[in-house]
Ligand binder design. Structure first.
Ligand code: PHE
Length: 446
């Protein structure tokens, strides 16, 4: 039986929704993508812009998606027709495309993490982490692990929102936090700790002044990627939500926890990189594996620490992948009445095929990561902001539902005004800069 609006599931508990949304946000974006982005884009300067972006743009945009999701109680593609703006359903198409593309490479990178989790038990990467990453990041085995990761994700999504996602995430997030705290403690004892912290935490304003046209779009793309914004995840998750939720409070929790975990990852990775004499950024997508893998290999208890670290990263990746697949699956359910099982396994198969090129070639993976994170997510956000800010009447009313009395009047109005002006302009600038950078990169303009 296909799910209809009437028997649409809701989150089982209050905490369930927050955990699922945090589970979506926290993943490879925080632990794998964030470190090499910040490495390539100037350290503390990037961190500063990224943090500002999360607070000033990220949180208001989470609310943009929440409002659409809770109001329509539909998957992103159908949400716009449900609200009476059928022409906007093409944005839903953009989301589905973005989701397919992100999943295709995300699952490949998650496959590396699975490989390192197993490699911690056997000690496979301890000898030469750099050479090991080179051998495992492309090829047949990489394809196989990408397949395994998709299969794991599909099993959870097929079980449905309540039983699958909510339950999985409730165990994942606390485990993630506990293991990371322990690893931060370990990293603090390393010789490189101070150098690592200062590189990570002190913004060089000259670097910022010289590179702001590339730092801004990179930080924006990273913020949207890590908060799962711009492809309908938060619309979908909010569609399973009752009217009594305080959306503003929830958005703060999600952004806060997500940022905390990214910064925690920094407190592990940068001391480690400095301790082994590596330059942040040089490792590219392999940074996490070469840097942290290298350090784990050097310390007492390597097998256990490695297993815990990569195991937890794999769990974080899984809870994010679940959310992307859920967007794709709920699209098939809501728009075509396909049943959940078929929708899930069909999409999983498609993603597997789409990921093969990334599993065979690291540059392809980097390219798709760049296009989706740098351009497609900001584009999705831009369109959503126009919709909520200028097209859909009284978005602020929806936001005010569930707010504590007293805050009802002003805050939603202020938010709406801010979204339709400041957020819109900033995201437009990000898109223009990114387009300009791409044209330069491809040699179209000098
Ligand atoms: N936010 C996830 C992460 O940080 C990735 C993601 C992107 C999930 C876009 C959903 C949508 O790993």
């Amino acid at each position: 039986m296909a799910e209809t609006s009437a028997d649409r599931e809701q989150w089982a508990t209050r905490l369930g929704f927050i955990l699922a949304a945090v589970g979506s946000a926290v993943g490879l974006g925080n632990i794998w993508r964030f470190p090499f982005q910040i490495g390539q884009e100037g350290g503390g300067a990037f961190l500063l812009v990224y943090l500002l972006f999360v607070v000033l743009i990220g949180i208001p945009v989470i609310l943009v998606e929440f409002v659409i999701g809770r109001r329509s109680k539909q998957s992103p593609v159908k949400a716009f027709s449900e609200l009476g703006y059928g022409n906007w359903r093409y944005i839903g198409g953009l989301f589905v495309l973005t989701g397919l593309m992100i999943m295709s490479f995300y699952s490949v990178a998650a496959g590396w993490v699975l490989r390192y989790t197993g490699g911690s038990v056997t000690g496979a990467y301890f000898e030469n982490p750099e050479a090991y990453f080179a051998t495992i990041s492309e090829g047949t085995m990489t394809i196989a692990l990408h397949g395994l990761f998709i299969a794991l994700t599909a099993v959870i999504v097929a079980a449905g929102v309540k039983r699958g996602i909510e339950l999985a995430v409730k165990t994942m997030i606390p485990a993630l936090v506990v293991v990371m705290v322990a690893l931060i403690g370990y990293a603090a004892t390393l010789d490189g700790a101070m150098a690592g912290y200062s590189w990570f935490l002190s913004p060089d304003l000259d670097v910022l002044a010289e590179n702001w046209m590339s730092i801004l779009p990179a930080a924006a793309g990273q913020a949207f990627f890590t908060l799962s914004l711009g492809m309908g995840v938060m619309i979908t998750y909010a569609s399973y939500l009752g009217e009594d939720r305080n959306l503003v409070e929830d958005s703060g929790w999600i952004a806060g926890l997500d940022t905390l975990i990214a910064v925690m990852a920094g407190f592990i990775i940068f001391p480690v990189l400095f301790a082994i004499g590596a330059t942040p950024g040089d490792g590219g997508p392999g940074e996490l594996f070469i840097g942290v893998g290298g350090a784990i290999a050097e310390i007492p208890g390597s097998h256990i620490v490695g297993l815990l670290f990569f195991g937890v990263v794999a769990i974080g990746a899984l809870s994010s992948a679940i959310s992307i697949l859920e967007v794709l699956v709920s699209y098939l359910i809501d728009s075509y009445g396909v049943d959940r099982q078929r929708a899930t396994y069909g999409m999983a198969g498609l993603i597997f095929l789409l990921g093969v090129p990334s599993a065979m070639d690291l540059d392809t993976l980097g390219l798709i990561d760049g296009i989706t994170g740098g351009f497609m997510l900001p584009l999705g956000v831009f369109l959503l902001v126009i919709f909520v800010g200028w097209v859909f009447p009284r978005s602020d009313d929806e936001l005010s539902k569930g707010l504590k009395s007293g805050a009802e009047g002003r805050l939603p109005q202020l938010w709406l005004w801010y979204v339709r002006t400041v957020v819109l302009v900033v995201v437009a600038i990000v898109l223009v800069f990114e387009a300009y950078n791409q044209l330069v990169a491809f040699g179209v303009i000098g």
